[in-house]
Write a protein that binds this ligand. Structure first.
Ligand code: BGC
Length: 731
């Protein structure tokens, strides 16, 4: 075998090599680079590329990349087989890019993204993404369809599980951490994969929380709410981007030239790959945005879509359109140039097999180090929602009844993971047993249904025990794509089980396994302690027990508000004020902006989460009360651990632009710091505020700050922070 050159080329060399290669390509071969096959595992579902077998299309140079899903050790063989066909049997020997949804781990599964965002631990998230890349890359995968950075306000939408919640600033930081973790310092590094930030743009704003649905929002909401994480991803050097499925202000993203070409490419300077979502080019017809297949191909290319996922309209129609002069061939060249550039940057053109490393794959998959990090991030993702009478941490002396449909379930991985080792998920029961508990386990009910005698057996177990650990929630399939729910309540059978168990008059510790904010108004009062544990991945049971027993503190904070009632949706902390604001905690007042039958505020706000100890925050001190454009000021508070255990508080900085040319939200997260304090210990926590933090897009689409008054709030969560504010002026 010829020894492959393993030195990275310079950008200049890459440009020259791409030009030289393109000079040899036929139009059909060029277009082939823009087609992404749904892969052998998915070609049966009706999205087939013509009716030709994938191998033939690869041989003909009509496929540039493919989605690849499969059992991990088989994957490496199958990818090698297809790559050999591309490299040895196609005319120009151009290797394929292999892509997969690597959302929260490849084989070692981490908490779902909504959960890991609650850790606010960016280095830990980055490391999780790096581990995923290190596993996936040696299986021969080159592109991870992640991070999803869609800012989401509607928990009915199942895909909230895949993102970082409702805050654009946090979503930007988390997205950048994932991109750094995937891509490392250089795409040439064999442990890196190309990130693919998605879904551009406003996918989460689907009306009614119904997946794929229309989104309509103003230009300023587009720029100030939905765009920031994508802009941050571009700044972090994200290699690729996926468009969203839905209509955005009337035009599907995939064919939305103002969005993709004008805003993303020209204004933000994105020169990576734009990839359509699965079948999205074909869906232009259903949207009423293209008359026929050729029209769909033309509109997508005009929007500067590079890679068409799972359909082949480009293959079938671009040659004709170009011959007829309806499409400029230069647009195809631009797209092909981008695709080939990445094939060079990853080193594939020199060594098409450099990522296929079965030996390393075996060593890495689910190795001790990867599982340890999964456990750490899982611990940090858990949010303590309630803890009355010091019910938690749980004493090892207690006799425990373990009840509920998620207590002994392996379904701990959550949506969007394709590990070949689902049986290695640690259940809550196993976690407790590994911690030395002899648990008295009763399932009680299924996720959706009662089971015969289940309730009686559960209550009998509770009566015999000192405490009940009740495990309720959703199953993975209730989250992710096409998993919208009209009701975000726990299923009725589980609510009945909770009521029965609570009536046994033993302390109830509720563990929630779910992928979206749930309706907990009637749930919280029935439990003494509640831990939001989400879907935590392979080490779920261990991490939950670590927190349950107090071996580590609960440090997670909610990144999406939990509504007090379903009718409040959308409810999020960084909303606008009204002309008739209604004071918090006050009953209904006519002609104010409020509900007759319930509060405006969510049950649990953004940033919320308790500790096993308590903290007090002093007043805010500002180093000065004016800020110049070039200068900075420091805002600080003294934080004290007022309890009797060492604990960690997440100190959160919020700002409000009191008056601006377009109204700004009542508060916006601008910084956070995790502070660990011993009992009685105090520390001053400081945030430096500079003019760039005050910028937003004005009505003229300029990214500016405007002089005037700003409020600074610092607190333990978004709502608590409102009780403590100081103001300064930007001059
Ligand atoms: C999803 C994307 C995903 C793609 C490929 C689509 O249905 O919307 O998020 O990356 O499939 O699996």
């Amino acid at each position: 075998m010829k020894p492959y050159d393993q030195t990275a080329r310079t950008e200049e060399e890459i440009r020259a090599a791409v030009d030289a290669l393109m000079a040899q390509m036929t139009l059909e071969e060029k277009i082939g680079q823009l087609v992404q096959s749904p892969g052998p595992a998915t070609s049966e579902i009706g999205m087939d590329i013509d009716s030709d077998p994938l191998e033939d299309l690869i041989r003909q140079g009509r496929i540039g990349s493919t989605i690849f899903l499969g059992e991990v050790f088989q994957t490496v063989k199958d990818i090698e087989k297809l790559q050999r066909i591309a490299v040895e049997e196609s005319r120009l020997h151009i290797p394929l890019l292999f892509c997969q949804d690597i959302i929260h781990g490849y084989q070692t599964i981490f908490p779902i993204p909504l959960a890991w965002s609650c850790s606010f631990d960016l280095p830990a998230i980055e490391k999780a993404a790096h581990i995923a890349a290190a596993e996936a890359s040696c299986a021969g995968l080159h592109v991870a369809f992640s991070p999803m950075v869609d800012v989401a306000h509607d928990p009915r939408w199942g895909r909230v599980a895949e993102g970082a919640g409702e805050d654009p600033y946090l979503a930007s930081l988390v997205g950048q951490a994932i991109i750094r973790g995937f891509q490392g310092k250089n795409l040439f590094d064999r442990d890196s994969v190309m990130a693919c930030v998605k879904h551009f743009l406003g996918y989460a704003a689907a009306e009614g929380g119904r997946d794929y649905n229309t989104a309509e929002f103003s230009e300023t909401a587009l720029r100030n709410t939905y765009l920031p994480p994508f802009k941050a991803a571009v700044e972090a050097g994200c290699a690729s981007l996926m468009t969203s499925f839905n209509l955005v202000n009337g035009v599907p993203s995939v064919a939305n030239r103002p969005l993709c070409h004008d805003l993303l490419r020209q204004e933000l300077g994105f020169d990576g790959l734009i990839i359509s979502d699965y079948n999205a080019v074909a869906e232009l017809l259903n949207h009423g945005a293209a008359e026929d297949e050729a029209d769909a191909a033309r509109r997508s290319l005009l929007a500067t879509l590079d890679v068409e996922m799972a359909t082949d309209f480009y293959n079938r129609h671009l040659p004709g359109l170009i011959r007829e002069g309806k499409v400029d061939a230069a647009l195809v060249d631009d797209a092909v140039r981008r695709v080939l550039t990445f094939k060079y940057r990853t080193g594939l053109m020199e060594d098409p097999y450099r990522y296929l490393r079965p030996e390393e794959l075996r060593e890495r998959v689910l190795c001790k180090e990867h599982l340890a990090h999964s456990r750490k991030l899982a611990q940090e993702s858990i949010v303590l929602l309630k803890n009355e009478n010091h019910t938690l941490p749980l004493s090892r002396e207690k006799k425990v009844a373990l009840v509920g449909p998620t207590a002994d379930s392996l379904d701990m991985g959550g949506c969007w993971q394709f590990t070949s080792f689902p049986e290695r998920m640690v259940t809550i029961r196993q976690g407790l047993e590994d911690a030395g508990f002899a648990v008295n386990y009763e399932k009680g009910c299924d996720i959706h249904q009662m089971i015969e005698g289940g309730m009686e057996n559960a209550c009998a177990a509770v009566y015999e025990s000192d405490v009940c650990v009740l495990c309720l929630g959703e199953e993975s399939l209730m989250n992710g794509e096409s998993a919208s729910r009209q009701s975000i309540a726990l299923p009725q059978a589980q609510l009945d089980l909770l009521e029965a168990v609570a009536a046994c008059e033993k302390p109830v510790i509720l563990l929630l396994t779910n992928g979206r904010p749930l309706l907990l108004g009637e749930v919280l009062p029935q439990a003494d302690a509640v831990l939001e544990t989400w879907f935590l991945g392979h080490e779920a049971g261990h991490a939950i027990c670590d927190v349950l027993l107090g071996d580590c503190e609960p440090t997670g904070r909610l990144t999406m508000s939990f509504p007090a009632a379903q009718g409040q949706i959308p409810v999020y902390y960084n909303h606008m004020n009204t002309g008739r604001p209604h004071p918090r905690g006050v009953p209904y007042i006519r002609f104010e902006s409020n509900y007759m039958d319930g509060p405006n505020e969510p049950l649990l706000p953004f940033g919320y989460g308790l500790s096993y100890t308590t903290f007090s925050y002093g007043e805010i001190t500002l180093s000065q009360d004016t800020l110049t454009k070039e200068g900075s000021l420091t805002a600080s508070v003294c934080v004290t651990n007022t309890g009797d255990r060492t604990g960690t508080t997440l100190c959160q900085l919020y700002l409000r632009d009191v008056a601006a040319s377009i109204a700004r939200p009542v508060q916006e997260l601008k910084g956070f710091e995790s502070v660990t304090l011993a009992p009685g210990e105090s520390r001053r926590v400081s945030f430096v505020i500079g003019e760039p933090m005050l910028r937003f897009y004005n009505a003229e689409k300029q990214y500016v700050s405007e002089p005037g008054r700003f409020e600074v709030m610092i607190g333990m969560d978004s709502e608590e922070a409102l009780s403590r504010s100081r103001s300064f002026r930007l001059v």
